[in-house]
Design a protein around this ligand. Structure first.
Ligand SMILES: Nc1ncnc2c1ncn2[C@@H]1O[C@H](COP(=O)(O)OP(=O)(O)OP(=O)(O)O)[C@@H](O)[C@H]1O
Ligand SMILES: [Mg+2]
Length: 322
């Protein structure tokens, strides 16, 4: 184990509506977001948990002509079909037991603004039909009601899994999929963004330095190595939690390997989802690490891996890293 220390980098990362990055892919996402925010197009954000999908949705709203209007969000995976219908479209008094007065739904509350539908792939099929109608006709009828209500809402949706796969499995309407993903945005997982683990580690260290009694000035090299080699199934949210943990359990100006969570120290349970299990996973991991070490330069990464540039290109495409 080495005693060498990693210091705060001098160059500042890019900041965009609360998101911090040094990744070229994320810069491209920010550019796309800035452009499409000015339009009315429906956006579908795809990315693993904790990659910043909700922050991107908020950025789209903040950069849009609707910025002064409301931003509303709902997680479609956490409500029963009945509750979700009433949450989205509202209900009229007497619509069901307990509906003692009219209640506006999110489409009404988001009028003139943006509605963010999280985990959109989980919407039950009968609600999908009603959603399609709102998107096509810009009006809907509340649960138990008769009079249509007109609204002007921009839809931004997110999913952690492929909507197309849900369509193929018969769980999602193809016509609705085309309506809501006029512009698809893909946010890559943290492990595929060379440099971002380190940049975000420092970002969160700076944050916790402001608010906690501990002051971290450097990170031990073996702690940084453990951070950059980990698979981050929970992405940026998990990284933030790991840094918060380190501030809570350790002391002194150096964030040490011992301050990391058991998963990071390699003491996680054997069935840990982040542990590579197949040769394919291992290969993918080696490529990501080499790209990271080479600062994204493919020639240098290929050299580190002992393969030709063209093999690296092909493998990157196979692993969807290109
Ligand atoms: N690039 C980033 N820079 C700084 N903070 C980030 C970044 N990406 C995500 N975060 C933070 O990580 C947390 C998770 O982000 P967010 O809720 O937007 O993720 P999500 O993709 O919607 O996750 P889920 O699928 O679990 O709902 C938030 O606190 C967010 O501010
Ligand atoms: Mg979310």
């Amino acid at each position: 184990m080495s005693d060498a220390l990693v210091r705060h980098p001098r160059t500042a990362p890019t900041r965009f509506h609360g998101l911090v990055t040094v990744s070229p892919t994320m810069h491209a996402v920010f550019e796309l977001v800035t452009k499409l925010a000015r339009t009315q197009a429906s956006v579908l954000i795809r990315g693993e948990t904790g990659t910043g999908k909700e922050r991107i949705a908020q950025a789209i709203h903040e950069l849009s002509p609707r910025a002064a209007g409301p931003f509303r969000a709902v997680n479609c995976a956490t409500l029963t079909p009945e509750l979700l219908a009433s949450e989205l479209f509202g209900h009229v008094r007497g619509a069901f037991t307990g509906a003692i007065r009219d209640r506006p739904g999110l489409f009404t509350l988001a009028d003139g603004g943006t509605l963010f539908l999280d985990e959109v792939a989980e919407i039950p099929i009968d609600i999908q039909a009603r959603l399609l109608r709102v998107l096509q006709e810009k009006s809907f009828v509340p649960v138990g009601g008769t009079e249509p209500i007109e609204v002007d809402v921009r839809l931004v949706a997110a999913t952690h899994r492929s909507l197309r796969a849900a369509v193929e499995a018969g769980r999602f309407r193809a016509d609705l999929m085309y309506r809501i993903r006029v512009v698809p945005i893909f946010i890559p997982p943290l492990r595929e963004r060379p440099g971002d683990i380190e940049a975000l580690t420092w970002h969160f260290v700076d944050q916790f330095n402001e608010t906690s009694p501990r002051r971290v000035e450097a990170i031990s090299q073996d702690a940084m190595r453990a951070l950059t080699r980990y698979g981050w199934p929970g992405n940026v949210r998990e990284l933030r939690n790991v840094i918060e943990y380190a501030f809570a359990v350790g002391d002194g100006p150096v964030l040490a390997h011992a301050d990391l969570t058991p998963e990071l120290r390699g003491e996680g349970p054997p069935d840990d989802a982040s542990t590579p299990t197949t040769a394919r996973d291992l290969e993918r991991r080696r490529i990501v690490q080499a790209l990271d070490e080479a600062g994204g330069r493919k020639g240098a990464a290929a050299e580190l891996l002992g393969m030709s540039r063209s093999t690296l290109w092909r493998k990157m495409r196979e692993h969807r890293l290109a």
